[in-house]
Write a protein that binds this ligand. Structure first.
Ligand SMILES: Nc1ncnc2c1ncn2[C@@H]1O[C@H](COP(=O)(O)OP(=O)(O)OP(=O)(O)O)[C@@H](O)[C@H]1O
Length: 238
């Protein structure tokens, strides 16, 4: 069976999420297949964080979100994580007074087998974290905290990594490190859902893109086919 005929790993169907009277997402459909890197694009306030919060089971929603065939609203966070889903939020959620290494080891709390090997891999990807392994997380720069957040995600040995704006607020030189790490992660056959405002970053990494506007999917398709799309061009042009 080719990849296209297989069941999606994640299937979002007619998803609507409201905060009181504000409808943040309105009838969104997204499929992610094993091995793909999917970009979800859009400017501030378009609904990207709402989408990934809902997929990770943190929000009530209408419609359906299935991960490995399980309806997310009916699965516990532990079940989702045990089934390979890991969510790296733009908020990073690090434990500031714990060391870099302790934060990383927390990522593997449900799966200690192979933890030390995974730690070595993360340090290979991010030598700056190894140099700072005993330093408190809150004393890291923004870019280093982003590396730590990504590294902690990898410590869970994920099948499906959800990244909410990994490029946000980073200086270009740090962005290059994050970009290299993401390329290495996708080479490891981890399926990735990448929410991004930075179109250059998304175009570089995603196999397919969904462009959101006002809480709805405005365009979707393979990255190459959207590169010359006039809506995408107008978005790049600002
Ligand atoms: N807790 C909340 N209560 C009320 N409205 C909310 C809440 N969280 C988000 N919203 C609204 O929902 C819409 C989508 O927000 P969301 O954070 O999902 O967008 P986003 O695309 O992730 O933006 P950003 O890139 O700025 O993080 C916005 O209009 C936002 O103001």
């Amino acid at each position: 069976m080719s990849a296209d005929e297989s069941e999606p790993l994640l299937s979002v169907s007619d998803l609507t999420v409201s905060y009181g009277k504000v409808t943040a997402l309105d009838g969104v459909d997204i499929d992610v297949r094993t091995g793909e890197t999917i970009g979800v694009m859009g400017p501030n306030g378009v609904g990207k964080s709402t989408l990934v919060d809902a997929i990770s089971g943190f929000l009530d929603y209408e419609g359906s979100i299935t991960y490995r065939g399980m309806e997310v609203s009916e699965a516990s966070t532990q079940t989702l994580v045990e089934n390979g889903l890991f969510y790296c939020t733009e908020r990073r959620d690090l434990f500031g007074q714990m060391s870099v290494e302790q934060n990383l080891r927390l990522g593997s709390y449900l799966n200690r087998d192979g933890e030390n090997e995974r730690l070595e891999k993360v340090f290979e990807l991010f030598p700056r974290l190894e140099e700072r392994r005993s330093q408190e997380a809150e004393s890291l720069s923004g870019g280093e905290q982003q590396m730590l957040s990504l590294g902690r995600g990898l410590m869970s040995d994920p099948d499906f990594l959800i990244l909410d704006e990994p490029s946000i607020g980073l200086a270009p030189v740090v962005l290059e490190d994050i970009s290299d790490a993401l390329a290495a992660i996708t080479d490891l056959d981890v399926t990735v859902l990448l929410c991004e405002q930075d179109i250059t970053f998304a175009l570089e990494h995603a196999d397919r893109l969904y462009l959101l506007e006002n809480g709805a999917v405005r365009r979707s398709g393979p990255t190459e086919s959207l590169q010359s799309d006039e809506f995408v061009e107008s978005y790049i042009g600002g």
